[in-house]
Design a protein around this ligand. Structure first.
Ligand code: SAH
Ligand code: DHB
Ligand code: MG
Length: 225
């Protein structure tokens, strides 16, 4: 174990991505379009994206909410797992990112299933509330990390019993364990404390390594009322 390093984590992710979590032309095209447009390469890794896709299927999800669209990579993976009448709503602050995502989602043949809402998520949530949006079967929180606790509590009110809330990037290189970490890390600590104290959910956090270095995600199952 002593000589296991980032190079190994990436090599293993490549092997997983070439075998059980293999992509295809539409996913490759989405990544290429994002990279060509100068978007940061911070999308979920192929193995993580495949997990999201499996979760959508396991839940039999018909309604998915995503915070943070970027170039649409995770949106495409999740939307593909939806049934014919399923819908994914994805929130993105940057119009220029949303435009790249829109084209890739369209190219993947998912234009009918995915709706991108442009603007800071906290503002969009007010509008979704006015539209009486939800309940959702799965929520994937992957936008600005300081607001993860806010997005979580909003989503908890609007996720059906038996539904799942997934929050990405909660371990943050291990700073989750540091009470004096930066603001984003402190937010993940508050999230964990709030989730632990809330009987409406049962949760765990899984630490991950891979092409995206050392991080992890929280999974919270919404209990029956
Ligand atoms: N889920 C994507 C990656 C998202 S990266 C994937 O795995 O493919 C995080 C995204 O959140 C970025 O595109 C960023 O612009 C967006 N973002 C940052 N702050 C936001 C906010 N306040 N509201 C909505 N989106 C935001
Ligand atoms: C960043 C955002 C992410 O969602 C992620 O998975 C990794 C990094 C970032 O903002 O740097
Ligand atoms: Mg992320």
């Amino acid at each position: 174990m002593g000589d296991v390093d980032q190079e190994t984590f990436s090599a293993v992710d490549e092997f997983i991505s070439a075998t059980v979590a293999r992509g295809d032309d539409a996913l490759d095209a989405a990544l290429e379009a994002a990279s060509a447009a100068g978007l940061p390469g911070i999308q979920v890794s192929p193995p993580q994206g495949k997990l999201l896709q499996l979760l959508v299927r396991l839940l039999g999800a018909r309604s998915v909410l995503e915070f943070g669209t970027l170039g649409g990579y995770s949106s495409i993976l999740m939307a593909r797992a939806l049934p014919g009448d399923g819908r994914l709503t994805t929130l993105e602050a940057k119009p220029e990112y949303a435009e790249v995502a829109r084209e890739s989602i369209e190219r993947a043949g998912l234009g009918e299933k995915v709706e991108i809402r442009v603007g800071p998520a906290l503002e969009t949530l007010t509008r979704l509330e006015a539209e009486d949006a939800g309940p959702f079967d799965l929520v994937f929180i992957d936008a600005d990390k300081v607001n993860t606790p806010n997005y979580f509590s909003w989503s908890l009110e609007r996720t059906r019993p038996g539904g799942l809330i997934v929050a990405d990037n909660v371990v943050r290189g291990g700073t989750l364990a540091d009470p004096d970490g930066d603001e984003a890390s402190q937010a993940q600590r508050r999230l964990h404390e709030a989730v632990a104290a809330d009987r409406r959910v049962s949760a765990t956090t899984i630490q991950t390594v891979g092409s995206k270095s050392y991080d992890g995600f929280l999974l919270a199952l919404v209990e029956d009322a």
